[in-house]
Write a protein that binds this ligand. Sequence first.
Ligand code: KG4
Ligand code: ZN
Length: 366
Amino acid sequence: MKILAIETSCDETAVSIIEATIEDSIESSNIKVLSNIISSQVELHAQWGGVVPNLAAREHTKNIIPVLTESLEVANTSKNDIDLISVTHAPGLIPALLSGVSVAKTLAFSWHKPLMGVHHIEGHIYANWIAPHTEIVFPALALVVSGGHTQLVVMKDHCQYEIVGQTQDDAVGEAFDKVARILGLGYPGGPIISKRAQIFTDSGAKNDIELPQPMRNSGDLNFSFSGIKTAVLYTVKNYKKENNLSDDTPLPQDFIDKVAHAFQTATTEIFTKKTLTAVSEYNIKSVLLAGGVSANVQLRESLQNHITTDFPDVNFFAPPMEYCLDNGAMIGVAAFFRYNIINDSEKSLLKDGWKTVTASANMALK
Ligand code: KG4
Ligand code: ZN
């Protein structure tokens, strides 16, 4: 089947066409991304230091039809070939979500196609199924790390979710963005922090900044990041005081690299510890990294190495780099798996999906 997928929950206007077929079983399904067009608004929002919801919605409205047209063209697909339309319906910035949902509903109504609402986090998790995925076996554990979410989610089977741990304050992506702002690195923070941390690693120096790791030993699977962010703020303040630097004096590059490295190391160590604990508590067979922060190389490597050493029978997966950040393909893949597990009466509801777009979305996720 061919699925058209729309994602506009934050600052990327994204439309993808995927083609997916089931071979012997859903596990061995064959997934091809025919197009994955993304129009990013990062430059627009960078001047405000973060995403402005109404500006995001205005840009989505401006860009979505050109992105849709290009996606169909690149996929060499016409509206007649589309079997299902899917759209991120939650969670996200309300004005931004509304622009994508309105377009999806209009297309479903006028093209007479079924429409399925997809949960954004479900999409991030299913980005892991875009690459060869026959070795993803259940129970699986998803470590969801994005700009709005930080969760450990147990999946006993396709589209079944139990949140077993989550942040008590900031999401980790948000913490990356705030730390970048404190260091004067701009928005978005994740990619630049990880670049600067790598420069420090390559220097071969030993890092003498040690940041706290809140809730690391809390005995549960929850997280907290606001304390690390505050510790970074005080590290910078103290450094400026000790070196007689005024508030508006830029920080030296090597100090920025060192703080970025210390922050990234603290978060990586927390995630590695809690993930390994969850693997053992829930008898996990596959670990899936998901969300924008899954692009972080230190986190990917640390999880891969520790899982291989401590749990040689557990497989670790991370989405291909191009599917880590928000994109349409992940929404299409999540829709494909859900479509194949729902029954015929649920499927027939999708025909009226333009009336009830949220009907089939998984609300076990928050
Ligand atoms: O999943 P995503 O694209 O949007 C949300 O659903 O929130 O995640 C965006 C977040 C931002 O906070 C960004 O700073 C972070 O992902 N990010 C990274 C990296 N690339 C993006 N964080 C750490 N390392 C990266 N390489
Ligand atoms: Zn996202």
